[in-house]
Design a protein. Structure first.
Length: 300
């Protein structure tokens, strides 16, 4: 079974707040062939104390998490691959193949880039800098990768926070519409934007017929669809004040169709369950909190 916990669950595990020691949890997960899904987004939340200079604390926490049987996931890659598979199916007049989407990687450095492009580090031979492909580095640990990114490009830790004002503006604009379009019609606009954002050529028939074909079935681009529908449940709740963490939670939802258990913030979980039920895909992997998952698997 593949379990995708929230960053808060990972932090609790590291700090002893989950009611189970990581070493003991690792043994139980290995014994039953379960794995934990990790992503760059959840790991940089665990690594947030780097902003306060607490590098030793972050190293300890990330090294502990690496004891767990794990894989890495990139939600952006899920969205990109789903759209490309759907476009191929639409143009070939065949059904969407969910098996064509393979969002997991065995190493963090291969799960960072949207398209899985090789990553490099800069080493020095004397005074001469040399770029070394990370796949050439044996046992390139999570802590070493996170530390390298932090030292070279700390703004990578603030991607969602930088997008927060833009996202809040979009949400407020959507909420202000007196007569918003139907979700079916608005999906055409969103899919057209996605094609442009991912640098994908629209089909010869046009973006609109393609988007409407995708929307016909929640089995086509399931991650894209779930994120889209959940966003609009969030939008309808005018009392909900958006934050950068909500954007992270929404982004993570793309992975729901590809894992066995998914955990997120309680409010976002409710929006997601509502959306999944309304589109006829009540994903059983939306199982509440991390302790509930552990109890369900009899490993708590």
């Amino acid at each position: 079974m593949l379990i995708y916990p929230d960053s808060s669950d990972l932090i609790d595990l590291c700090r002893g707040g989950a009611g189970v020691k990581i070493s003991g949890l690792a043994q139980k997960l290995f014994a039953k062939s379960h794995r934990i899904a990790l992503s760059f987004d959840t790991l940089i939340e665990v690594a947030a104390p780097l902003r306060d200079g607490r590098a030793l604390e972050v190293r300890r926490d990330l090294n502990q998490l690496e004891e767990l049987p794990h894989v890495f996931v990139n939600e952006g890659r899920i969205l990109d691959t789903e759209i490309r598979e759907a476009l191929s199916a639409f143009e070939q007049q065949r059904e969407y193949n969910v098996a064509a989407v393979a969002p997991f990687a065995s190493r963090l450095d291969t799960a960072i880039d949207l398209h899985g492009a090789p990553q490099y580090v800069v080493e020095h031979m004397g005074s001469r800098p040399i770029r070394v492909q990370t796949e050439m580095i044996v046992n390139f640990r999570i802590w070493e990768i996170i530390q390298y990114v932090w030292n070279r490009d700390p703004e990578a830790f603030n991607v969602q926070r930088r997008r927060e004002p833009e996202w809040i503006s979009l949400l407020e604009s959507d909420r202000a519409m007196a007569r918003p379009p139907t979700l079916r019609d608005h999906f055409v606009t969103v899919m057209s934007q996605n094609l442009k954002r991912h640098g994908i050529r629209p089909p010869a028939a046009g973006a609109e017929p393609f988007a409407r074909w995708v929307y016909e079935s929640p089995l086509r681009c399931p991650g894209v669809r779930l994120v889209y529908e959940t966003y609009h449940r969030f939008r309808r709740n005018r009392a909900a004040r958006p934050r950068a963490s909500d954007l992270v939670d929404l982004t993570r939802l793309a992975s729901v169709p590809y894992v066995d258990f998914f955990v997120t913030d309680a409010a976002m979980m409710d929006y997601c369950k509502q959306a999944a039920a309304e589109i006829g895909r009540p994903y059983q992997q939306l199982l509440g909190n991390f302790r509930t998952v552990m109890s369900h698997l009899s490993i708590g």
